[in-house]
Write a protein that binds this ligand. Sequence first.
Ligand code: DGJ
Length: 754
Amino acid sequence: MIQIKNNVFLLKNENISYMFRVTKDGNLEHLHFGASVEIDDEDAFAVRYGVGWGSTGGPEGEEFPMYLPMEWSSLGRGDYRESPMELDQEIPAAFKYTSYKEYDHTVAIECGLPQAHGDAETLEIIMTSPSQMSLHLFYTLFDTAVTRRAVFRNETRGSINVEKMMSSMMDIQGDYEITTYNGAWIAEMQPYRAKVGMSGIVNESTTGFSSALHNPGFMLSEPDATETDGVVMGFNLIYSGNHYSRVQRSNEGLIRIVQGISPVSFDWLLGPGKQFETPEAVMVWSASGFGGMSENMHRFINEHIIPQYWHNRERPVLYNDWEGCMFDFTESKLISLAKKAKELGCELFVLDDGWFGERNSDKAGLGDYNVNKKKLPNGLSGLQKKLGDLGLDFGLWFEPEAVNPDSDLFRKHPDWAIQSDDGVTVLGRNELLLDLSLPEVRDYIVENVSRCIDEGKVSYVKWDMNRHSTALGASAHRYILGLYDVLRRIFGPRPEVLLESCSSGGNRFDLGMLCFSPQIWASDNTDAVERCRIQYQLSYLYPLSTIGAHVSATPHSQTLRDTPLSTRGNISFFGLLGYEFDLADLTPVETDEIKNQIAFYKKYRNLFQFGSFRRLKAAEGISMQVSGDGTAVAGLFHELVHAAPGYERLYPRGLDPKKVYSVLSRRQLLNATKFGGLLRHVLPIRVKPDGAVVRTAGKIYRMNDAVRECDATGAALMSGMSLNARFMGTGYDPGMRMQGDFSSNIYVITTEET
Ligand code: DGJ
């Protein structure tokens, strides 16, 4: 609901509210973002400034001092904090409130930027400057989030250069810490938490894209906030290009938050009568800690960001050939992998890189779309037909935004690639970016990708992009608008094609891409232990339905770690399950184990993908849970185990305290080879720990790990359910957990009571 009274504006629903007012001088004073409140609460929030601080400036004759909490701030009026907007003008524009408009829906962004959709109300605040410029601040209220964006209109007779233009600015009160997510290739989502100080913290990407270096999402939390208590706010931007956020504390204890497109190399020439629209900034709030904030953010993304067709629609279990084959495959190799994938329970077969042109390594072929007939003599449709006969859907990899200099496309259109003016070719993974601001480049991509999708009856597309570039400079924003145009033209008419975006893993994991692709490949790091950390951190700001998570081979290619197959499956359950290694290497017991994993995931797929997600308390390791409709599934993940371990408990959450639940751990198997020389103590015959007998046994036989069963009330379980003791070398008992390093368990918690 939007309420307006005596120049006070309130957007509110049962979860949140956002309140500000227009001062006598036409400034916008921020009052509140948080719990649902009433419009008459204005007085409780407004800062009382008395006679004010010394050494501050402000427009003569105006009462409103520029160190107050504001919604927008014009340059040159005494506000020395971060400014939301800079124009190439000798005299800065002073924007003052003039009017407002109300809408009972979202208001369309005209320039092609993606935006949140669904039930919402919007308030437009119009501010004008005497020099014929206007600023339109859009506030949209969704059930668990508020979004903001700004539109600048040049109503002068000349052109204006926009040098910096944020989507939102807000000054809040309180003591907050900021958490940002930084990283690199195969090391995404590393949290950095710091107190918000007076120099401020900048979270910015300048690689041309949102990037794994600094994910656009961040959180502000009260210093003592926990998973379940305390105020936590989540912020993000519906944008895939260079982004910028700064959070800065003022001397008066106000925290200014600005969010928008990075001003680095940004420059937008706005002709007379033209407007510049910024991407939508997202804000959620919760007083129930990080968990409450995540729940609100997940809900917002699942209901208002993900394309409509994919709302609550279950995603297939897929097999991807990349880590198993790389560039080296033939149709018959793919079909034999597909047969095995089908036997395991996979539903979709994804052919990754290497199917076109001279693409036999990452050095050539990118930009071309002719099928490599040596590898696929029957073309895409021939392969699809065979997969279809096996009962598998067909998924295909593309990297449409880049080109190898060694490609037919580059030889024909060298000018389509983005290059520097000194003639020196600067490559990243042997690639150059195509200039998506050019209509002919966009047409080429749209035509070719669409043709391949239709020819191959492709039901899933992996859209990769491995080349970030600072050479985009001032055209970076045009490139991103071009990208959105291409995505809209290809997938708009084909909403049922599932798009998974990827950028060398999670190098473009953002809400802009999620508006087109319901899921994103989270990282090229498929080591289960590392993945557990990456997925866990992603869960703060993104729902599990968006996180591509695959089981890969061991020893792992990046860490050389040998992680049990059970753990590799268990962590992939907390995301979108897939398998990505050479299935010809599977032993009979591994085949059985994977069949079990896939059957288990399918049974609880709706919970894993769309259930309520919670991070659980754990004495050591990481613990997470999904739940809904009387069932919860919890996972407990360990890294290095300790000798002489203490007692351990599982702490499920969100159960009905009064109902009785049954807990059953998922059946897991142990490889006998893990026990090495210890086997001598339990076997009647003497065997060599690394001898043929033990190795053969390891391929066809697995030992059962301990099972935990328990019936108890929700109240008892939530107080901490005791877990089986761990193996510690003092003897063997079938009731012990025996897994060792990198072990994990899954517990299914169900109730029959309604
Ligand atoms: C990078 C992606 O992240 C990988 O999953 C794979 O698709 C390769 N590109 C293919 O070149």
